[in-house]
Design a binder for this molecule. Structure first.
Ligand code: CTP
Length: 207
């Protein structure tokens, strides 16, 4: 059991950014990582709120589930709930862009056309502005190259306590791959683990 009962906010899954009422841009995140973290946090005795983008995963018993679709909705739920929690673990694969407008009706078939995208808010950056000294934030960094350098940059820019650097090899289940824990004091830990083995390592690292 953990030493002290904490309130943990976890985000999971992809976001959907709508082009029109039936089409959206998104990514293939299954939500599994965030759900595994939320499940483990509950199991070791914490109060858990899970903000989840669309997934096929079953709601977790005893975990408060807040379902969202877009990055903006995810940001709203996270900013609303963050002041009540001790730790935020941001495992969601937030879409970095959204269509510059959502068409009200279905766009009809046409020849080549350009879809203009505009940036979504960086949720972690907005949370860092309201972060209190006794709160901790854990982020993820998915990188295809220069994993340590890029993850360290994100740790600093998003004012995180810990960033977990991984590569697309970490996608899927049951496969071991290199995962880096980079702390805000410069410490780095490297593991070769499966997704399922990550949640206990996170809680060991932040307490
Ligand atoms: N994140 C976020 N808001 C966004 C995008 C990402 O809060 N709009 C969070 C993710 O949940 C993750 C961390 O920021 O915990 C890093 O996400 P990642 O996609 O690796 O990095 P980006 O900041 O989007 O940078 P880039 O895509 O340029 O690598």
């Amino acid at each position: 059991m953990a030493r002290k009962k904490m309130k943990i906010l976890v985000s999971a899954g992809p976001t959907r950014e709508y082009i029109d009422p039936i089409r959206f841009i998104s990514n293939p995140s299954s939500g599994k990582m965030g759900y595994l973290i939320a499940e483990y946090a509950k199991k070791i005795g914490h109060d858990v709120i899970l903000v989840s983008g669309p997934t096929h995963l079953k709601p977790l018993e005893g975990v408060k589930l807040l379902k969202v679709e877009t990055a903006k909705q995810m940001q709203n739920e996270i900013l609303k709930n963050f002041p009540k929690v001790d730790i935020l673990i941001m495992a969601a694969a937030v879409s970095d862009w959204k269509p510059y407008r959502k068409f009200k009706t279905k766009i009809k078939r046409k020849k080549q056309w350009l879809l203009k995208l505009v940036p979504n808010p960086d949720i972690l950056k907005s949370v860092s502005k309201i972060k209190k000294e006794n709160q901790k934030i854990v982020g993820f960094a998915l990188e295809t190259d220069n994993i340590l350098k890029n993850a360290k940059k994100k740790l600093k820019e998003k004012k995180l306590d810990l960033i977990i650097g991984n590569t697309p090899n970490f996608f899927g289940e049951g496969k071991k791959s290199d995962v880096f824990f980079i702390f805000n004091d410069g410490k780095v830990l490297k593991f070769k683990i499966k997704k399922e083995e990550l949640p206990p390592k996170i809680f060991e690292a932040i307490f």
